[in-house]
Ligand binder design. Structure first.
Ligand code: NAD
Length: 433
């Protein structure tokens, strides 16, 4: 332990990370450093946010269809459980690293505290390209991974959910494997399940609905009318497609959409219902008849009031941030804006609604799913949507107020609200033993 000039005790980095190559965890640490001055006496506990509570690395061996044995690296990180059990998705991707899973688990702690659902933060992943596996191999991989992390997950311990390249089917296999191992059906061990296996109505649309809800609230604050507003969306999957649909239904014009198959534009507004159908039939927006084709890079300079990145991490960078014309960026994706780009947007007066609040609708309805599983009593879609909108509006109002009070960005304000909640819980619980 050493002392910083501010006399706050700091610890060396854990030996399992390389200081010169911190990856996404390094970005998260910078974000925590930014909020520390606003934490008052709670800052004494801030080190607890800078090291995950528990990081499990597992070997996941499976027999491939051709008879060979393959080994994959799997992770489950529980960043913080001061406010409740761990909660966060499982990502299957060839580039997954421990640093990435650590950062994603920490952002889940922040997100869950920001919307005030009683969870800590966790995340998991397997370093694999699932597109290269057969369905049988994918099932064996999922089941073995679930067994390996079975030590630390459970309905009251840590509840995984889908993330990049994982879906309802994977959640069903995870739930079944865990249930077989404990000897009873435990639907509450994962969320994002199929409806007939304890899933929740409204879960599929929840993240997009949350994006739309905070967008409308923020627009109101800055005097931007949704009716007639021009919206550009990157990513037309679960999050981007639903958000675009809701904005269009409210009278906005979706003027440009980009996905992995192409970039399309229509100044008069794309027909979102037809575009959703086209994507369902063709796998992407490319080739949609009711639009002009654009060069991918031109997407960032499209004239619009609202820009919604809802695809991947690291999309808005210092190379394109200066060209963005929107008044408001709503982060549907996790981590779409690099810290340098964040500063550029701030200097240009662009309001950024950060991922840690803007895409929290998904985990909010995951929380509803978990509550419904415990009581084995399921709510109507109207009830779920109404509760979701209430949670998102209340959370956003709190963040907005803190941003005004301290004259900070909405990202820092969200971190302030969330870190205070987490550290207050930590302080009230005290250190064991
Ligand atoms: N689904 C949720 O509930 C949820 C919740 C919180 C955050 N998120 C985040 O939202 C983002 C999108 O998730 P999703 O569930 O909508 O995924 P999805 O797979 O349904 O859709 C992803 C979209 O991104 C597009 N895309 C992929 N590569 C691209 C590229 N290189 N350029 C442009 N577009 C590209 C795809 O074509 C697709 O339209 C991810 O960052 C995810 O972590 C999702």
């Amino acid at each position: 332990m050493s002392n910083t000039p501010g006399n706050l005790p700091t610890h060396a980095l854990p030996s399992y990370l390389q200081a010169d190559h911190l990856g996404p965890w390094g970005i998260y640490l910078q974000q925590v450093d930014r909020v520390t001055p606003y934490l008052g006496n709670l800052a004494r506990w801030v080190e607890t946010l800078k090291r995950p509570k528990r990081s499990l690395i597992v070997d996941v061996p499976i027999e491939l269809d051709n008879g060979t044995i393959a080994h994959f690296e799997g992770y489950r990180v529980q960043h913080n459980t001061s406010r409740g059990p761990g909660k966060g998705g499982v990502r299957f991707h060839q580039d997954v690293t421990l640093s990435e899973v650590m950062a994603l688990s920490a952002w889940m702690s922040i997100k869950n505290a920001a919307v005030n659902v009683p969870y800590g933060g966790a995340k998991g992943g397997i370093r694999v390209d699932p597109k290269k596996l057969s369905r049988g191999e994918l099932e064996r991989l999922t089941r073995r991974y679930t067994s390996e992390i079975g030590l630390v997950i459970g309905p009251t311990k840590d509840i995984p959910a889908p993330d990049v390249n994982t879906n309802e089917q994977i959640m069903a296999w995870m739930m079944d494997t865990y249930s077989m191992n404990v000897g009873e059906t435990a639907t509450g061990v994962v969320t994002g399940k199929p409806i007939h296996l304890g899933g929740s109505l409204g879960r599929r649309e929840a993240t997009g609905r949350g994006v739309y809800t905070v967008g409308v609230e923020a627009a109101h604050h800055i005097g931007l009318k949704i009716e007639g507003a021009r919206v550009a969306v990157q990513g037309f999957g679960n999050v981007g497609g639903i958000a675009a649909k809701l904005f269009a239904e409210a009278g906005a014009r979706i003027v440009a959409v980009q996905d992995h198959t192409g970039t399309i534009a229509n100044e008069a507004g794309l027909n979102v219902t037809e575009l959703l159908r086209h994507v369902a039939d063709n796998g992407g927006v490319g080739g949609f008849p009711g639009a002009e084709k654009m060069e991918p890079d031109a997407f960032w300079g499209v004239d619009c009031e609202i820009l919604i990145p809802a695809a991947l991490e690291g999309q808005i960078t210092k190379a394109n941030a200066g060209r963005i014309r929107a008044k408001m960026v709503i982060e549907g994706a996790n981590g779409p804006t690099t810290p340098e780009a964040d500063d550029i947007l701030h200097d240009q007066g662009v309001l950024v609604l950060p991922d840690v609040i803007a895409n929290a609708g998904g985990v909010t309805v995951s929380y509803f799913e978990w509550v419904q599983d415990f009581s084995s009593f399921f709510w109507t879609e109207e009830e779920i949507n109404a509760r979701l909108v209430r949670v998102m509006k209340e959370a956003f109002a709190g963040v907005w107020q803190v941003a005004q009070e301290h004259k900070v960005s909405l990202r820092t304000a969200t971190f302030i609200v969330a870190c205070r909640r987490i550290l207050h819980a930590r302080e009230m619980r005290g250190l064991y033993p």
